[in-house]
Design a protein around this ligand. Structure first.
Ligand code: GTP
Ligand code: MG
Length: 206
């Protein structure tokens, strides 16, 4: 009989960075384009069979909305691992991730394994060399730009399609803070299994 290893894991990060989507990709290999915000937290499990062991993940997917922040300690208190997620198209979400890392390093299990995940990397790939599009000297730009201002104003969480966090910057921070680092896409699946496998095989206390 193979060794069975339990991995208690928590996901933290700003609202709408894709925590629930990363977990959904990991446990169901699915993606939902319009995933609803998490309320409180969600609990999910997944098994991963490796050569010499079975990893049994117990995952707390927390809610990123600020009103739920005070609940977080309940979920990270007993965690062996944490995935702190940010959105590569939103610089402020990396700042929020850094505050989660500080909180974990101060309040969580001192042996906790922390991974930083830059999600939504599909939105910045493939990165074709920015074409030197000839500047259009259109006189009636204003007429062309009358695309219903304000119509999308409600879509506050809609990501911009440009990278705001250079990989090197986040990676350097992760190294300095002692974190594992990945860029992921819940949409394409890139990096998702890797992050959970890496965490599950990182040396953790018995
Ligand atoms: P809270 O539960 O409010 O904290 O949000 P969350 O971090 O769980 O984000 P969620 O998974 O709900 O995703 C927010 C939105 O981003 C959804 O519309 C997702 O479809 C979208 N999304 C999540 N991950 C990705 C990704 O990798 N690529 C793209 N293009 N969109 C994503
Ligand atoms: Mg969620």
């Amino acid at each position: 009989t193979e060794r069975s290893v339990q991995v208690k894991l928590v996901l933290l990060g700003e609202a709408a960075v894709g925590k629930s989507s990363v977990v959904l990709r990991f446990v169901s290999n699915e993606f939902q384009a319009n995933k609803e915000p998490t309320i409180g937290a969600a609990f999910l499990t997944q098994k991963c069979r490796l050569e010499d062991r079975v990893l049994r993940y117990e995952i707390w997917d927390t809610a990123g909305q600020e009103r739920f922040h005070s609940l977080a300690p309940m979920y990270y208190r007993n965690a062996q691992a944490a995935v702190v997620v940010y959105d590569v198209t939103k610089a402020s979400s990396l700042e929020k991730a850094k505050t989660w890392v500080k909180e974990l390093q101060r309040q969580a299990n001192p042996n906790i394994v922390i991974a930083l995940a830059g999600n939504k990397v599909d939105l910045v790939q493939p990165s074709p060399s920015v074409s030197g599009s000839p500047a259009t000297e259109s006189e009636d730009e204003a007429d062309d730009a009358t695309a219903t201002p304000g119509e999308n104003a409600g879509a506050a969480s809609e990501p911009e399609s440009l990278r705001q966090v250079p990989r090197e910057e986040a990676e350097a921070y992760a190294q300095e803070a002692g974190l594992l680092f990945f860029e992921t896409s819940a949409k394409t699946g890139e990096g998702v299994v890797e992050i959970f496998t890496e965490i599950g095989t990182s040396p953790t206390p018995p």
